[in-house]
Design a protein. Sequence first.
Length: 209
Amino acid sequence: MGIQERERKVYRPLRRAGLDVIPDAVPDGTMPLVLGYGREDIIGGFSHPYETSRLVERLNADWHDLAVSVGLFDDRREFLVMLPRGTVTHGAWLHTMHWGPRTPTAWTRVRLLERWDVMGRGAASFLGVRPGHPGFGMLALDSSVYISCSTGEVGVDVTAVRRPDRSEDVLRELERYARWDYDRADKPLQKRIADWLAGRAPSAAGRPR
């Protein structure tokens, strides 16, 4: 029942946006989360104010150009996207993001189909708030590239980060999060981060700048 419910609530809306979900196929050793990258890690990006003409179309085109140029996709146009775990609907997920305990998230492997609308239909189904107001994290299968999209007060900002798995700033923030003593912290995620960091020898965050 859980698989069928997740197919209906999560996978099907994403497929309508042109992202075909490949369940249980995240590569071993993938970093669990990306946060805290520095300016020196950024290799590209763009921003568009909400009043931009044909905003969704422009966002889609620029996202695809950026993703191709930095190497987000593999040769099958597959990559990872951060999605809520379980069978929560998009509406329920947004509600908990703003008013309740945060829904746990994890990487999910997807394939970009020939017809897609990441910034429109995608933003209305787990990749944002509504069409033209996207928000997501995407990672290359080998963790070599991370693309972050955020919806701000005046527009949409998209940033590409090189080798987040080797960034001193990112690794330092992950170590902080793994030790964070807070009742709303995602405990399973903290353990996954701690285990992933423990597998690195030596930790890049521990090296002097």
